[in-house]
Design a protein around this ligand. Sequence first.
Ligand SMILES: [Zn+2]
Length: 390
Amino acid sequence: MVGGGFAARGKKVQAKFGRGAWLRQNVPVRFETSRALDAIERRLTVDPLAVGGVIDLVEAARSIDLDGGRPAALLRLGLFVDALSRRLGDGNTGLYAIAERGAMSDTDFTSNERMVLRRWSDDGLIEMLPPGARVNARVREVAHLTGVPVITRNPLPGHPGPVYLTTSAPGGFELTLAPATGSTPRPHPVLQRYWRCPASDCPIFGRQPAPGAGQAPPALPSGAPICPRHGERLIDSGPRPPAMALAVRINGTVRTRFTVTAARPVVVGRAPDDPGGITIGSWLDDESSRRVSRNHLRFELRDGMLLVTDVSTNGAAVLARTGPTAAPREVELGRGEPKAMGEWDEVEIYPEITIGRADRPAADAPTGSAPNSVMADAPTMALRLPPPPR
Ligand SMILES: [Zn+2]
C-alpha cells in the first residue's frame, strides 16, 4: 500500500515530465514534502502516554532499503508512523523519536531537513541528545521505563520489553511485535515525580505537563535523574499520579484514547453521567446502542494496577491474554466487582467493541488501511531522487 502508492506516483511523474525533469517539479515537490513533514510533526511527541512506539530517528531516516532512495530522508519517519498506525488501528498514535545532535549537521539530510530537525528539537517534539550520545541506549532506556515498545530494524538481544520489527509486506512493510522476554518491570520510583531541568530553555523538562499529559522519563545513567538533552541533574517538582493510556477499539479501529490516573477513575459508556466520562454513543449502530449502557465500565488505577468494574445493566467480559499472540480467554465480569486487568487484556462490552491499553494491541488486530496516513501527501520523488541543490 505505502510502497505501492510510491511506485505508482513515481511512475506517473516520470511519464509526465520525463527523465531528469525533476527540477521543474522542485517547487511542488518541496511543497508536498513540507506538507508531509508537517503531518509527521503532528505525530511526534515525547509524552509516553500519547505514543505507540519509541524509535531511533536516524536509523529510521537511513532505512534506504525501504525505497532505494537517498541515504537519509526525514520523510521515511512517516513510513514508520503509518506502519504504527496500521498496526494499532490508530490514526492518532504518536511516535517518540530520539536523535543525537550530529544529525542536525549531517549533510546526507537536505538543508531543509536539518532545519526541520532543529525545529522539532527546539519545540521538544523529539529528544535531541548531546553530541556522541548513544541513541540506542536511550531508546532502550525510554522503552524500559515507560513500557512503550521499541520500533527497530535490528533485533535487540537482551532487551526485556516488547519490540516491533519490520517485516516486508505487500507494497511496503509492517511492524511485527516480538513480545517482552522479561517480566513487566515495576514502575520506577523516578516516574512518581515530575522533574524540571535547570537549563533555562529546556523544551523537554522546562515546565510541568498539562493535566492528563505525561512527561518524558529522565535519563538515569547512574541512578540520579538527568536531563537527556542537557545532562543536568533534574529538580524534583512534585508528585506525579500514576497514569495509563487506554483505547476504545471498534471493529479494530481506535475511535478514542483516554488516560486513567490514580487520582481519577474514568467511566466509559454510551453517554456517561460523569462529564469527565468517555462517550462512545456516536460510533454505535442501532443494535450495539441497545447493548451498551449509558454508564458501562469504570476504570481506575490502584497500586499501579488497572482495575475494571462493570457498572452496566448489559454485562461485559474480559478477553484475557498472556501475550499479543495468545488466544483470548473470556472471563465474565461480575457486576460491581472490580477486576485487575493484565497487560494484554481487553474488556469487551459488545462484539468488536473493546477497551484495553493503547500500546498493547492483540496480534490479530486488523492491520491494513493506514488511518490518517501522514504520507498521503508525500511526493515519491523526495525519497527516490537526490537532494535538490543547496
Ligand atoms: Zn534539559
